[in-house]
Design a protein around this ligand. Structure first.
Ligand code: PMP
Length: 424
């Protein structure tokens, strides 16, 4: 047994499934998860001493590369003054100002510790603001694990979602409607029937939890038009896309302005930090100003805030997103070209530092499209790449992440390993 195998056996004795978040267990691809000992730049090393070029990036936060020296130094410095105070700090003010500057639809922002908290609270806020109960989400979008969002599609239009997890009472999901991403007609029909009862619509403006799926332009336009017309709150869940697909997030690319935005991952630079923010009149409903309750012992933790502030500083440097875009483009093109040479149907796309590839000859537009891609081929490819020292997300339903530390040499090396896998 190597060290990863030993640790996995030990972990399973004391942690359910051996992991603290399910996808880490390699459930959908099989095999033994790698226990990571350290990370630096574009690389991670496992407990058996094996080095990997990493395209997981801690599931999104590591946009400036792992353990960036400036981020580490900033955190080290602030740690010497204490780890948590449970009182307001200057750092919180500075990061709020920075977020508001970079994401113009956000007029006020509150910090929390996870994306789950951010989306759960944004929904409570939308309900409190509108005085309505019903919410709309889309199949394949993930917004964390709060009860009312752990929902799968019902059997037809206007049937309410069923819990997708044991332990969630049907009552808790009875107000959640699940629609199909990019289906304008279904959205229109729903709003025609019950638009005035909808508190909010929440979506990933570029979906990254069903691999990567982009909205068709008219879908977002319809969403914004219908929510405005019916007084429903439009929530962009940019926990993944925020500061990742562009400096101003997905909302800076599509010309649509949401009412509320949730953020996470990149804003914490690898520390537990997330946020929700948006229109001032809506944010005024949050406690202590308004009647919608939300709180957190570690909210705005000084170390997390400092890691976030330094990360936000680095991503604003000249050429940062041009570099990310170029890296992603080269890798996706290399992947597709290698598969094409080998006669394997594979398509791919990217936006900024986020990319997706599918064992499918078309780029998917819905959850059903993604599900129709070849899962067995993905599994085989995933393990083939892992054996060749390239770490990809261990599921065909996850997006992949590029960092600024992935230089030309590493991308070329990755493509060479892909070509080796395909035997060309
Ligand atoms: N929203 C989106 C779009 C996400 O991708 C995630 C996590 N992958 C979450 C919410 C939940 O965030 P967290 O895991 O920090 O609770």
């Amino acid at each position: 047994m190597n060290r990863n195998e030993e640790l996995f056996e030990q972990a399973k004795q004391v942690i359910p499934g051996g992991v603290n978040s399910p996808v880490r267990a390699f459930g959908s691809v099989g095999g033994v998860p790698r226990f990571i000992k350290k990370a630096q730049g574009a690389h991670v090393w496992d407990e058996a001493g094996v080095e990997y070029i990493d395209y997981v990036g801690s599931w999104g936060p590591a946009i400036v590369g792992h353990a960036h020296p400036e981020v580490i130094e900033a955190v080290r410095e602030v740690a010497l003054d204490g780890l948590s105070f449970g009182a307001p700090t200057e750092g919180e003010v500075r990061i709020a100002e920075e977020i508001i500057k970079l994401v113009p639809s956000v007029e006020q922002v509150r910090l929390v510790s996870s994306g789950t908290e951010a989306t759960m609270t944004a929904i409570r806020l939308a309900r409190g603001f509108t005085g309505r109960d019903k919410i709309i989400k889309f199949e394949g979008c993930y917004h964390g694990h709060s009860d009312s969002l752990l929902v799968k599609a019902g059997s037809g239009l206007l049937t309410f979602g069923n819990p997708s997890s044991a332990g969630v009472p049907q009552d808790f999901t009875q107000h959640t409607i699940v629609l199909s991403y990019n289906d304008i007609e279904q959205l229109q029909n729903t709003f025609d029937k019950i638009g005035d009862e909808i508190a909010c619509v929440i979506l990933e403006p570029i979906a990254g939890n069903m691999n990567m799926v982009q909205p068709i332009p008219d879908f977002l336009k319809a969403l914004r038009g219908l929510t405005e017309q019916h007084g429903s709150v439009l929530i962009y869940d940019e926990v993944m896309t925020g500061f990742r697909v562009a400096l101003g997030g997905a909302q800076s690319l599509h010309g649509i302005t949401p009412d509320l935005t949730t953020m996470g991952k990149v804003i914490g630079g690898g520390m537990p930090l997330a946020a929700f923010g948006g229109r001032k009149d809506i944010m005024a409903c949050i406690s202590p100003l308004g009647g919608v309750y939300q709180a957190g012992t570690l909210s705005g933790n000084p170390l997390a805030v400092m890691a976030g502030l330094k990360t936000l500083e680095i991503i604003q440097r000249d050429g940062f997103y041009e570099c990310l875009n170029r890296n992603s483009e080269r890798l996706v093109n290399g992947l597709c070209a290698a598969a094409a040479k080998a006669g394997v149907p594979l398509s791919g796309q990217y936006v900024g530092g986020m990319f997706g590839f599918y064992f499918n000859d078309r780029i998917p537009q819905t959850f059903a499209d993604v599900s129709a891609s070849d899962q067995e081929a993905f599994k085989h490819f995933f393990h083939g790449m892992l054996e060749r020292g390239v770490a990809l997300a261990p599921s065909a339903f996850e997006a992949s992440f590029m960092s600024a530390a992935h230089n030309d040499e590493l991308i070329n090396e990755t493509i060479a390993r892909v070509e080796d896998y395909f035997g060309i």
